[in-house]
Design a protein around this ligand. Structure first.
Ligand code: NAD
Ligand code: GLY
Length: 354
């Protein structure tokens, strides 16, 4: 088991990576206070022994799986159940699942009695490399992703890579979407992916990537917990990705991959990304898109959906779209484009690069 500490200004989080993390940490974490478990219907069905072993007699709230349930009605139902269960300020919430469970569970923990302890147990690759770490919690509202949320650090994150054995190939691809984001920002991860793209079904290789991504994220969040500077880099591919997610219905990780493809191609054209580095990054993105392939989406109307990027939280005026893009190895920048220019550039990138 490897241990990574994230010393955020608001609170410290301990992150443990290894298949023995649950065995080693859960007995102590579940003892001494009233607990509450949040999971989703798929995880609950797949891992009955886990819930029996560590959470027998604990209230377990099973949310139907799916992004559509990262919603206010679900949050209300979870908080109501927490109150009904008689949780106290000393209680602890365990979020066992993918990014949906981690995001809504983290927010419920942040809100209940103004904040109770939260332990994240991420079960998807996306949640293990990214969403369970760093304290971003949220629900979607009115068709806008993550528009209501809080920064709230989990007390611990227990990452057991063996959960990935039951994860469908398309969900692995979603996690790779976030790993490619880290590759865009971190030369070491870039090289790991560029040289070992055929090893993405190897659990040992994935574990190395998980540790490398968490270490990168921990350092960024320590420097800029509330995303006023450096943390904006972690949105590479996300501005366009969120628009693709809403307009075309792809899952988060796949949408990030399409977002990275379109934004990187645009950044090369606009001179915001060095061409040689950008083309290598595009090869990594394309290779990731070929994992669990789906038929190439019809992005001929992408310029229309670009308006969804206007509501991105990074934008400060409604006529400019700001995207975080890789500039060269280990360097990133904000590319600010007038909305019309951004929409046209996406259309061109979709025509020429897909
Ligand atoms: P998800 O939670 O919907 O999980 C994907 C699917 O995998 C679900 O059907 C789930 O039931 C299933 N699943 C989970 N674990 C499994 C396992 N071990 N075996 C088999 N199936 C399993 O989605 P996700 O991709 O994990 O996360 C996406 C969400 O994360 C989005 O809402 C996104 O906005 C959010 N996110 C948050 C952050 C953050 O920093 N907080 C970062 C990135 C993404
Ligand atoms: N997923 C982006 C962040 O945590 O900042």
């Amino acid at each position: 088991m490897q241990e990574i500490t994230l010393n955020a200004p608001s609170a410290a989080a301990k992150i443990f990576v290894g298949d023995d993390a649950l065995e080693k940490r859960l007995p102590a974490l579940t003892t001494g206070q009233k607990n509450f478990v949040l999971t989703d219907s798929n995880v609950y069905e797949l891992y009955p022994d886990l819930f029996k072993k560590y959470f027998d007699g604990t209230e377990i709230f099973v949310l139907p799986a799916g992004e559509e349930n990262k919603s206010f009605p679900s949050l209300y139902a979870i908080l109501s159940k927490m109150a009904e269960t008689g949780l106290l300020r000393t209680s602890r919430l365990f979020a066992v699942g993918g990014g949906v469970i981690g995001d809504i569970g983290g927010l419920a923990a942040a809100l209940y009695m103004r904040g109770i302890s939260c332990v994240q147990i991420p079960t998807t690759l996306l949640a293990q490399v990214d969403s369970s770490v760093g304290g971003k919690t949220a629900v979607d509202l009115g068709g806008v992703k993550n528009i209501v949320g809080a920064f709230y650090q989990p007390r611990e994150v227990l990452v057991a890579p063996s959960f990935l054995k039951t994860l469908p190939a398309r969900e692995i691809k979603c996690g790779v979407g976030e790993i490619v984001k880290y590759a865009a920002l971190n030369g070491e991860i870039f090289e790991l992916l560029e040289n070992n793209g055929d090893k993405l079904d190897d659990l040992a290789f994935l574990t190395d990537l998980i540790v490398a991504c968490i270490e990168h994220k921990a350092r960024v969040v320590e420097a800029d917990e509330k995303e006023t500077g450096e943390r904006r880099s972690l949105n590479v591919g996300h501005t366009t990705g969120h628009a693709v997610e809403l307009a075309y219905g792809f899952s988060h990780g796949e949408s990030v991959l399409y977002g990275m493809l379109l934004e990187t191609a645009t950044a090369i054209e606009k001179g915001a990304c060095e061409r040689e580095y950008g083309e290598r990054l595009l090869s990594i993105v394309k290779r990731a898109l070929e994992l669990a392939p789906v038929s190439t989406p019809d992005f001929s109307e992408i310029a229309d959906c670009a308006k969804l990027a206007k509501s991105d939280k990074k934008n400060t005026d409604e006529n400019t779209v700001k995207t975080a893009v890789a500039k060269r190895k280990n360097e990133w920048t904000i590319m600010a484009l007038p909305f019309e220019e951004y929409a046209e550039a996406l259309q061109k990138a979709a025509r020429e690069r897909m």
